[in-house]
Design a protein around this ligand. Structure first.
Ligand code: BF8
Length: 625
């Protein structure tokens, strides 16, 4: 296969294809090459049938029924698959929730006057959340209220008994069901610890019981850790409003210092954006021969500043290596999550500095400048300065920035959607009832080199809007859509007549960008508000979820809490559960009776769209609309 064909097989994104060809020309390996080198991947692992939970193992179950059907301890395929899945959920829930905890910490420091540069930006939201928590606001300043809110949220991570406050946004029928099933989550940390306990050798050996705890752990993420991350970020950094920006590798500058912020927690990216405006640092950049400082994002931390400041976004997960291969990145500043350990070696082929910042996430070969919220702005300036000082090392002969960039409109928080609708959800409800909008689908999740980059994301979205389904999105799906022009009001031209008319009258895109992956909590909040307005459960709504190119453990937790919240969810990559027919049947069939929603797996985005449309039409019929 020639170089050109291989690049276009790997990605549908032209900028990525250009960089993949460049990588190939320079003999540089990327995630796609490493995936090829892994072939054939472990069949036991793919099916979820290997167990390393104790040192009598590792054990594996023969899926063909010819070898062992139990591990040394007697664990069956059902137990091993369910335990492995629960551990994936726990890891994903831990990642999101620890992010939420760090935001809470930053809010507390700010409230106590000890933070290094943050301020409380959204007092209206602070007061609304205080009311939700029963915190008195009367005659108190915002720091006092924020301090109480942060302490209350902090305490929820370690709650021994529930409920987690934000779970009570869900319709009472849903909460009742969680209670009946024994999965109403208690504290976030408790559920994650219990997941690890249950999956230790010789503890929980009932696959249904294990999966039920998986639902509870995931719920503590979605309605707990992730919602806390979203809501307190809004208090601290501002609730997103629609804003225009640019997306794709073409946002990198040929004559400015390019700093890429990559990772997840806006505590860091907010400050890097602020530090890049510092007059002394801009002067230093000019002294070094650059025409200024250009910040661009990759992944969710990029999304956080994209939607709050209009900072351009350079790409999604699979573009992190490609950005470095442009040869034009002075520093890639990373914190936690979705950062490939391959980056420092790759950066070594260029002048790029990888700057790690979190004590939780060190990368051999990177420069470590540890970030602490109490000295946030000063450390951010130090990081930006390190990038600026690296500009003279840029080798012009190695610079290849693709031209591709696309305008996008982002920042549709729930508050912004309500605002766009004129102050209430009613116009959306009316459009759903009339059939102009058939339903609403949240499309989220990663890239995965097993799937042609962005292909499944874009085709699923296009197919749904064509059929009058409003799409709301986050994370790497949102970035894919931004690059493809789907986050523009003009994209309504690609929608069916009903959705097109609604979008035109409101001046909104047919695909609404709701933020980063923790902001899937905004989707839960929106679904809860719609269900409450209609007096039904979330599982009654003509809504669905999809993760067409997912790969991370966080995505497993997300999919699980979305289903546990009553939302049918279609995955575009097969999760490692097929080794147990019972677990697979529980997730794809039995869950419907248990929790009112289930998973489906469909790798073809056109078939996935059909599944979702059928589901939406069935829900509409049941509602009599
Ligand atoms: O949290 S969608 S690849 S960037 S895990 Fe990661 Fe997946 Fe992207 Fe953000 Ni989410």
């Amino acid at each position: 296969m020639d170089v050109k064909d291989r690049a276009s097989e790997r990605s549908v994104d032209t900028a990525s294809q250009i960089m993949l060809r460049e990588a190939e020309r320079q003999g540089i390996d990327t995630a796609w090459d490493r995936l090829e080198a892994q072939q054939p991947q472990c069949g036991f692992g793919e099916l979820g049938l290997c167990c390393r939970n104790c040192n009598m193992g590792p054990c594996r179950i023969d899926p063909f029924g010819e070898g062992p059907d139990q591990g040394v301890c007697g664990a069956t395929a059902d137990i091993i698959v369910a335990r492995n899945l629960l551990r994936m959920i726990a890891a994903g829930a831990a990642a999101h929730s620890d992010h939420g905890r760090d935001i809470t910490h930053a809010l507390l420091l700010t409230a106590e006057g000890k933070s290094g540069g943050y301020e409380i930006k959204d007092t209206a939201k602070l007061n609304a959340l205080a009311a939700e928590y029963g915190i008195d606001t009367e005659g108190r300043n915002k720091e006092e209220v924020a301090g109480d809110l942060a302490r209350a949220a902090y305490a929820e991570f370690g709650n021994q008994e529930g409920p987690i406050r934000f779970t009570r946004r869900a319709p009472s029928k849903r909460v009742e069901l969680w209670r009946k099933l024994g999965i109403d989550p208690r504290g976030v940390d408790r559920e994650i610890v219990e997941a690890m306990h249950r999956t230790h050798i010789g503890v929980d050996n009932d696959y249904v019981n294990l999966i039920l705890h998986g639902l509870r752990t995931a719920l503590s993420d979605g309605w707990g850790g992730s919602t806390i991350a979203t809501e307190l970020s809004d208090v601290l950094f501002g609730t997103p409003k629609p804003i225009k920006s640019m997306a794709n590798l073409g946002v990198l500058s040929s004559d400015k210092v390019n700093i890429i912020i990559h990772g997840h927690e806006p505590t860091l990216s907010e400050m890097i954006v602020a530090a890049a405006d510092d007059a002394d640092l801009i002067a230093l950049a000019k002294e070094k021969g650059a025409n200024g400082i250009n910040i661009a994002g990759i992944c969710c931390t990029g999304t956080e500043v994209l939607m709050r400041h209009g900072t351009p976004i350079a790409g999604n997960f699979l573009q992190q290596e490609l950005a470095i291969i442009t040869g034009a990145v002075e520093a890639m500043v990373v914190d936690v999550q979705c950062i490939m350990p391959a980056l420092p070696d790759l950066a070594g082929c260029f002048h790029t500095k990888i700057i790690s910042t979190s004590p939780k996430a060190k990368f051999p070969g990177a420069t470590h400048i540890e970030f602490h919220e109490d000295k946030a702005f000063d450390i951010a300036k130090e990081i930006v300065k390190a990038a600026v000082e690296n500009y003279p090392a840029r080798n012009a002969a190695k610079v290849k920035i693709p031209d591709e960039k696309m305008e996008c409109m982002v920042g549709f928080s729930v508050e912004a959607i309500v605002n766009a609708l004129g102050g209430s959800l009613d116009p959306l409800l009316d459009a759903i009832k009339s059939g102009a909008v058939k339903g609403v689908v949240g499309i989220v999740g990663c890239n995965n080199p097993k799937i042609q980059h962005d292909y499944a994301h874009l085709n699923l979205v296009k197919e749904l809007i064509k059929n009058d389904v409003l799409v709301i999105n986050t994370g790497c799906n949102a970035i894919a859509c931004a690059k493809a022009g789907l986050l523009l009001p003009e994209a309504a031209d690609q929608a069916g007549d009903g959705l097109k008319a609604v979008c035109r009258s409101l001046g909104i895109p047919p695909v609404l960008h709701m933020g980063s992956c923790v902001d899937i909590s905004r989707i839960l909040t929106a679904c809860a508000a719609i269900a409450n307005a209609l007096g039904v459960d979330i599982s009654d709504l003509p809504v669905a979820g999809a993760a067409p190119e997912w790969m991370s453990e966080k995505a497993v937790s997300i999919g699980t809490y979305v289903v546990a919240s009553g939302i049918y969810t279609v995955l575009g990559a097969v999760p490692p559960v097929l080794g147990s027919a019972n677990v697979t049947a529980l997730l794809t069939e039995g869950a419907e009776d248990l929790i009112g929603a289930k998973f489906a797996v469909e790798v073809d985005p056109f078939k996935a769209a059909k599944l979702i449309l059928d589901h939406i039409m069935a829900k509409r019929e049941a509602l009599g609309i």
